[in-house]
Design a protein around this ligand. Structure first.
Ligand code: NAD
Ligand code: DAU
Length: 356
């Protein structure tokens, strides 16, 4: 009886939420392989300290020997791949690591998985799943009147990040088509919630607001994203893993399209209520327009009809409930934010926001 799954990138934002939610809900143990890049943080998993069902291994999905050894040793029933370089702005400043992890790393992970899977008995082979976590950004940018992305939308990635994710999606697809590897792919919209690294819009704005710093809006702030509470994403992944059809892709989204400026004003209004500024003014006074992101995608929107119709998944949180929970979490976990401000992170912030 196989009683483990392998999760990669489980110390990052979405991966750690997935692991934390999995443990009390499921019987299987988790082997968590994470390189602990600047984005990986073991403090995200502090609640699991002493839990023998969570086995953390620091390492790279691109390390052939390590991945093969872990698969042979733990004999997982499934692999859920979150490991990636995930920040668009970083991919613009330096794409190399995105190619290394999101393309070469996935290739190595797939090769090791293929060898492991080929050696399983027929029953285990049938039950095995490789679930690849991807993004809506592979589909490109929408005009205000375009229909939302469906699973059949042509790939048109525009940033080095989304191009590298598109390449990984294609490799996963090819391993199913060519070798029969039982894969599942999910393409999700923008997540938000606990443990979100404060380089991304929502946690950055909360952090900067409380620190009395500018709230940087790229361009005119009218770019639209479709926001999903991270725990809804974790639930969707569990559902796809459980009953998703092998070889299929599933779009996951929150039906919550919002222009960035609206998101920032919502955050300011909640902060004004929960943690007002000492001078009585609104945090909205800190909004600052800065140079736009090169090649900035104007709009993403996910049509999540397929996963709802075929697998019965729907988000539990609305944007209003999820964003309030998120602000409260950051207010309650200021120590977590403080601990993240490592040297590397500070260097990045200086490079990205100089002059703002
Ligand atoms: P993140 O940057 O917070 O975490 C990535 C994790 O992967 C980190 O813990 C990091 O240490 C680890 N990692 C990086 N390179 C690795 C390697 N070579 N080997 C092993 N571990 C490595 O990212 P996230 O926001 O949690 O995103 C997780 C996945 O979900 C990514 O694949 C991303 O493309 C996808 N995704 C993210 C969002 C979002 O809104 N954040 C939306 C849709 C899809
Ligand atoms: O759509 C899914 C994607 O969402 C994931 O695949 C990515 O891993 C994830 O990082 C996220 O990408 P975005 O580029 O959409 O997220 P980010 O938080 O970086 O930016 C959200 C929007 O806010 C985007 O339009 C850029 C804008 N922005 C961002 C930052 C960091 C600003 O206006 N100012 C900022 O300082």
């Amino acid at each position: 009886m196989r009683n483990k799954i392998l999760v990669t990138g489980g110390a990052g934002f979405i991966g750690s939420n997935f692991v934390l939610d999995w443990m009390p809900l499921e019987r299987e143990s988790i082997v968590n392989l994470d390189k602990l890049t600047y984005a990986g943080n073991l403090q995200n998993l502090a609640l699991l300290e002493g839990d023998h069902r969570h086995i953390f291994v620091r390492g790279d999905i691109g390390d052939t020997d390590l991945v093969a050894k872990l698969l042979a040793e733990h004999q997982p029933r499934a692999i859920v791949n979150f490991a990636a370089e995930s920040h668009v702005d970083r991919s613009i400043h330096g794409p190399a690591e995105f190619i290394e992890t999101n393309i070469v790393g996935i290739f190595i992970l797939l090769e090791a998985t293929r060898a492991y899977w080929a050696g399983l008995n027929e029953d285990s082979k049938k039950q095995f799943r490789f679930l690849h976590v991807s993004t809506d950004e592979v589909y490109g940018s929408l005009s205000p009147t375009d229909p939302a992305f469906t699973e059949t939308k042509q790939y048109e990635p525009n940033s080095p990040y989304s191009a590298s994710k598109a390449a990984s999606d294609h490799l996963v697809r090819a391993y199913h088509h060519t070798y029969g590897l039982p894969v599942l792919t999910t393409n999700c919209s923008n997540n938000y919630g606990p443990y979100h690294f404060p380089e991304k819009l929502i946690p950055l704005v909360i952090h900067n607001a409380l620190a009395g710093k500018p709230l940087p809006i790229y361009g005119d702030g009218q770019q639209v994203r479709d926001w999903l509470y991270v725990k809804d994403h974790a639930a969707a992944i569990r559902r796809v893993l459980e009953v998703g059809m092998v070889g299929e892709t599933y779009n996951i989204g929150g039906w919550n399209e919002k222009p960035n400026l609206d998101v920032v004003h919502t955050l300011c209004a909640i902060l004004d209520e929960l943690s007002p500024r000492a001078d009585g003014k609104s945090y909205a006074e800190q909004v600052t327009y800065v140079t736009d992101r090169p090649g900035h995608d104007r709009r993403y929107a996910i049509d999540a009809t397929k996963i709802s119709r075929d697998l019965g998944w729907k988000p539990a949180e609305s944007f209003e409930t999820g964003i309030r929970k998120t602000v409260q979490w950051y207010l309650d976990n200021q120590e977590w934010v403080k601990n993240i401000t490592s040297g590397a992170y500070k260097d990045w912030v200086t490079k990205q926001y100089q002059g703002a």
